[in-house]
Design a protein around this ligand. Structure first.
Ligand code: 5GP
Length: 219
């Protein structure tokens, strides 16, 4: 007699005498072994990277994708850790070769998720988290449908977002303006997401995210 756990209930099957039950068990095992794909998105400046950095120690079993970008490294950023920093021809080659799960042009630079590393982890049963902007999140939804869990990190208000974007001082004036312009339409995308987490404080946002990702029903 074999037993499997479905939604917390233990169910018994006698696969030796019931081939249909054995097939069901194998199907269930192969589905449950695949990792879940989580997408954390939201407007630039909302604090996605800060929340992500704080969530990592709380969810050590999750794999965090490293994006490729054509923008230059900021002080302290390291190639292969924060991003794969590449030039535009290389990025475009990867896109043409269909090596990107999704990609987008944002505030004058390209950003994208290398597909192979994500697919490998999911196939190995590891949960994956992408931190990407809104256009990319839409492409993931199109490519993976309901198999991806889309989480929108929202600011308490537009005014607070603008204050954070201007205050962080990592960009020059034209870039800040481009990001502020993008923020309005990014905020309007919230209803397209499965869950919203409001980033009132990093602690609260991290706790909400951990709850969501630790819940096996978030699949
Ligand atoms: P930053 O230049 O501030 O690091 O990132 C700018 C925006 O690009 C952020 O909203 C960030 O979430 C997003 N981003 C980072 N990596 C990716 C990616 O692989 N794909 C997409 N679509 N957006 C990304």
């Amino acid at each position: 007699m074999d037993s499997v756990t479905v939604s917390g209930r233990r169910c018994s099957t006698n696969s030796a005498s019931d081939p249909a039950a054995a097939r069901l068990r194998d199907d269930f095992a192969s589905v449950s072994q695949r990792g879940r794909l989580f997408v954390l998105s939201g407007p630039s400046g909302v604090g996605k990277s800060t929340v992500l950095a704080a969530v990592r120690p709380a969810l050590p079993g999750v794999w965090y994708s490293v994006s490729a970008t054509t923008r230059r490294p900021r002080p302290g950023e390291r190639d292969g850790v924060n991003y794969h920093f590449v030039d535009r021809p290389t990025f475009d080659e990867w896109v043409d070769a269909d090596l990107m799960l999704e990609w987008a042009e944002f505030a004058g630079h390209r950003y994208g998720t290398p597909r192979a590393a994500v697919e490998e982890r999911l196939a190995a049963g590891v949960d994956v988290l992408l931190e990407i902007e809104v256009q990319g999140a839409r492409q993931v939804r199109t490519a993976m449908g309901e198999d991806a869990v889309l989480i929108f990190l929202a600011p308490p208000s537009y005014e607070e977002l603008a204050r954070r974007l201007v205050g962080r001082g990592t960009e020059d004036e034209p870039t800040r303006l481009a990001r502020l312009r993008a923020a309005r339409s990014e905020l309007a995308a919230e209803p397209e997401f499965d869950h919203t987490v409001v980033n009132t404080s990093v602690e609260d946002a991290v706790a909400a995210l951990v709850d969501l990702m630790a819940d096996p029903r978030s699949a």
